[in-house]
Write a protein that binds this ligand. Structure first.
Ligand SMILES: C[S@@+](CC[C@H](N)C(=O)[O-])C[C@H]1O[C@@H](n2cnc3c(N)ncnc32)[C@H](O)[C@@H]1O
Length: 221
């Protein structure tokens, strides 16, 4: 199920038969895995190294939280690339399919699946090296209509992401804000919550559609 512009609808697009259709789609698998690889590339972005205090990531196989992991396409790539992954999704129909994939992984132990809401993550402070979220973050404002409620949600969540990250932690988000105003609400939530970073779009004039946020936790002096 999708909107007239073909964008998915939460939660309808991800429950019951639609979750099975999502998981069985070869196009979806290829697309999400390609995006996961691109997000990993952005994690080591040199421009991100230079923002705020200069730092570079080493080759360490970090603990990465995959927020809105769905049926596990993105998490599978992260584990195959050698990362330890905590994958979170709020819908059991999607997460149960990720559980089936986990059993087939050579490094099964490197993937932990958690049924939880991104807005209420059951993760300890300073416990995560980096965060990746693919095609999910725009849904954190699901059900919020009033601007004040939207801002409160995105601000609280950004603040919490800052808390669960270790120093120098990075966040790479691929998502689909509806328009410039919505994008600004998300970017300012990170700016005000202790992150530095920037936005990447395929076309710099593009106001909505696929958007990447490349962020790193601001160093405390
Ligand atoms: C398009 S799927 C993304 C799947 C996955 N990242 C991938 O690359 O294959 C979007 C997922 O975001 C999840 N989601 C939406 N809102 C969420 C929230 N507030 N907390 C956790 N997961 C959420 C949905 O349940 C759905 O499984």
């Amino acid at each position: 199920m999708s909107n007239h512009d073909n964008s998915p609808i939460f939660p309808d697009s991800y429950v019951g038969e639609n979750s099975t259709e999502y998981d069985n789609s070869i196009w979806m698998e290829r697309n999400q895995k390609k995006t996961a690889i691109l997000c990993l590339h952005y994690l080591y972005d040199e421009k991100l190294d230079r923002i705020g205090i200069l730092d570079t990531l080493n080759e360490e196989k970090y603990l990465v939280a995959d927020l809105g992991c769905g049926t596990g396409f993105s998490s599978e790539i992260l584990v195959e690339k050698g990362y330890r992954v905590i994958a979170v999704d709020v819908l059991i129909d999607m997460l149960s399919k990720a559980k089936s994939k986990k059993k087939l992984l050579e490094k099964e132990k490197n993937l932990e699946l958690i049924l939880a809401d991104i807005n209420y993550l059951p993760l300890k402070q300073s416990s995560i090296d980096h965060i990746i979220s693919i095609s999910a973050y725009n849904f954190i404002i699901y059900g919020k209509i009033v601007l004040g409620d939207i801002s409160k949600t995105v601000n609280n969540t950004a603040r919490y992401l800052e808390k669960i990250l270790k120093p120098n932690g990075r966040v790479i988000i691929e998502f689909y804000p509806k328009n410039k105003k919505e994008l600004d609400i998300f970017t300012s939530s990170f700016d005000e919550s202790g992150f530095d970073g920037f936005v990447v779009k395929k076309d710099s004039n593009q106001k909505s559609g696929q958007t990447f946020l490349l962020l790193k936790k601001r160093a405390k002096l």
